[in-house]
Every structure is written in C-alpha cells, then in structure tokens.
Design a protein around this ligand. Structure first.
Ligand code: PLP
Length: 327
C-alpha cells in the first residue's frame, strides 16, 4: 500500500497529473540550500495539504455507495473548503459542523457558501454530540453519510503524506540532492505523521521537524505519535525493517516554541515575515500556518547553526487565508 503511488480518480480526475508538486530553491542570505515544496500549488481548489488528503478521502467515498459527506472545521478551515468543493463536484450534500467561537466570515467560508455546503455552528463543547446526532439523523433518513475527521485526520490523511514523502525522495534522486531537514506547519499532526511514516518505512535519517501552530507539548507530540502508530499498525505490520517504538519516538520532533499567542493569533514578526516572503520570493504565506512555521524554521536554523544544511520547507497551502490577511 505505502509504495503504491499511482492513483486514478473516478469522476474524470487523474491525480497523477497533480503530482509531484514543484520544489523551488529560495535565495536566502543565510541559508544557501533552502528549498520549498509548493503543496499550495496542487491544482485543485487552491491546493494545500488539505487538497492532497481530500483527494484520497474521495477515492474511498467514490469506491463506496455514500451519498453525503459530514466533516468538522471552523470558518477559516482550508479542509472544509476543499471538502465542500469535492462534494459539490459530485452533487453530494456536504454538511460542515464548526465551532461558533470561530465563525467569522472569511474567504474560505464564503467559498463554502458558494459551493452550497450546509454550515452548522455550535459552541465548541457541543461539537462532537452534534456530529453524532447529525450522522444518526441522516442514517434514519436512509442516507449513507461518510464522516471525515477535522483536518482530514486519520490513516487516509496520513497516507497522503507518506505519498508526499516518496515524491521528496524522487526529487532528491533526480536532482542529486539530499535534504537534511524538512520543516512545515503542524496542526492536527497528520501531515507530520505521514512524513515520519514515510521516513521510517524507508529507514532514512532525514530530520522531520513539525512546527506547532497551536498545540503545546506533550499533547501535540502525543497526537502525532498516535497517528504514526495507528498507520503503522494498519499498513506496516509485516514491514521488513520492523519499526520499533524507539525509532518512532526518535523520529517525532514537534516544536512548540514558535506558537506565539496561539492558534490564529498572529503577531508583528509573523506579519513582517509574510511581507518579506512576498517581496523576495513572490510566495504567499498566511498568518495561521505557513507564516508562523516559516518564521519558526528560520529561528530554529539560526539557534542550531544549520545554515550549511540542505533544508526543505513544505508550503502546506492556505492561500485564501493570505487574502483574508490583506483585508
Ligand atoms: C491544516 C493545515 C496545516 C496543518 O496540517 P496538519 O496535517 O493538520 O498538521 C498546515 N498548513 C495549512 C495551510 C493547513 O491548512
């Protein structure tokens, strides 16, 4: 399963045309080998890691006889926007349950409306019971809902980033380069879990470093560890390398030093970083995810004197959030 890279879409989309996403070199004053993998340029619904995950979830949906989709996320959610888009394409009702605490209008939430998703907001402590209720209500009506966890969490989402890790290895091979460190914004940790699983399955020593944009340790890292174990349990039971708990622990680096004031809470430094990236590289970053992670990565590199290493930053998307920032 984990080496299977070629995937066909029902519904006239061939995802092999979407990948690999481009890797570009950035000219940086301090770091000579700084590269970015532009997951934000996945050519579907403004791209991003949520698009890569959603494309796999819909493989599963297309293979079954589901007739509606239910998922979770705030009005800022890149995940909900992509899911709404993929459901709309299939003429499938899409129900998005979100916390009323984060329900202000954004470009993502406007897109969800345009795509005719049904948005239900409830206080955050009511979210899980609302999801349960909605699912049983739909089933009582004779519908077959497919539920996707918030952010595309779960083994399917993890698989998406095992695939991405393979792309990175192919890029290295084709270009005669080896990345010592891979950095990216870590939220639910699914992206990180996929990259770490990809590394463990291959037995590489690349350092994979998730920059937390919200969760503190130990919980943040524990969630990543759980996702890794869950994936390896399902897909790598008979793996020839035999992956140990110690290897899993050693490979999971989740830094909570660059969260600033919390999820979605930006600061002047992040805003400056976003401006600099736009001017220097013409590359949009956002204040919730990629801007924070890019800044965190730069600080980490300085603190650990990694300027002479080959570094890959994964741009995980969130383009509509960049435009919210412009307002
Ligand atoms: C969701 C998201 C992340 C975090 O991904 P996880 O797999 O949840 O850790 C990072 N960047 C962007 C732009 C996102 O939308």
């Amino acid at each position: 399963m984990y080496t299977e890279n070629i995937r066909w879409k029902k519904n006239d989309m061939k995802t092999t045309d979407f990948y690999p996403t481009p890797v570009v070199h950035l000219s940086d004053d301090d770091i000579s080998g700084l590269y970015v993998k532009r997951e934000d340029l996945i050519p579907y619904s403004f791209g991003g890691n949520k698009a890569r995950k959603a494309l796999l979830f819909f493989d599963e949906i297309d293979a079954g006889d589901y007739d509606c989709v239910v998922t979770y996320g705030s009005s800022h959610s890149n995940h909900c926007r992509v899911i709404a888009n993929m459901a709309a394409k299939r003429n499938m009702p899409c129900i998005l349950i979100g916390p009323s605490e984060v329900s202000d209008e954004t470009f993502n939430s406007k897109l969800m409306q345009v795509l005719k998703a049904k948005q239900i907001t409830v206080p955050v402590e009511k979210v899980s019971e609302t999801i349960e209720k909605k699912l049983s209500e739909l089933r009582e009506q004779g519908k077959k809902p497919f539920f996707i966890a918030g952010g595309g969490h779960g083994n399917i989402g993890t698989q998406a980033y095992v695939d991405c890790y393979e792309e990175i290895k192919q890029y290295e091979k084709a270009n005669g380069i080896r990345f010592d460190h891979i950095f990216f914004a870590s939220g639910t940790g699914t992206t990180q879990a996929g990259l770490v699983c990809g590394k463990l399955l291959r037995g590489d020593d690349t350092k994979i470093i998730g920059i937390s944009i919200a969760r503190r340790n130990p919980r943040g890292r524990d969630v990543v560890l759980d996702s890794i174990r869950e994936y390896l349990d399902e897909y790598a039971k008979d793996h020839p390398h035999g992956i140990s708990e110690e290897q899993i622990q050693d490979s999971t680096i989740f830094l909570d030093d660059y969260i600033a004031d919390g999820y979605g809470k930006e600061n002047t430094e992040v805003r400056e970083m976003i401006k600099e990236s736009l001017i220097r590289y013409g590359m949009p970053l956002d204040a919730t995810y990629t801007g924070k992670a890019f800044l965190g990565m730069k600080k980490y590199i300085k603190e650990h004197s990694l300027e002479n290493n080959n570094i890959l930053f994964i741009h995980t998307g969130g383009t509509p959030l960049f435009f919210d920032e412009l307002k």
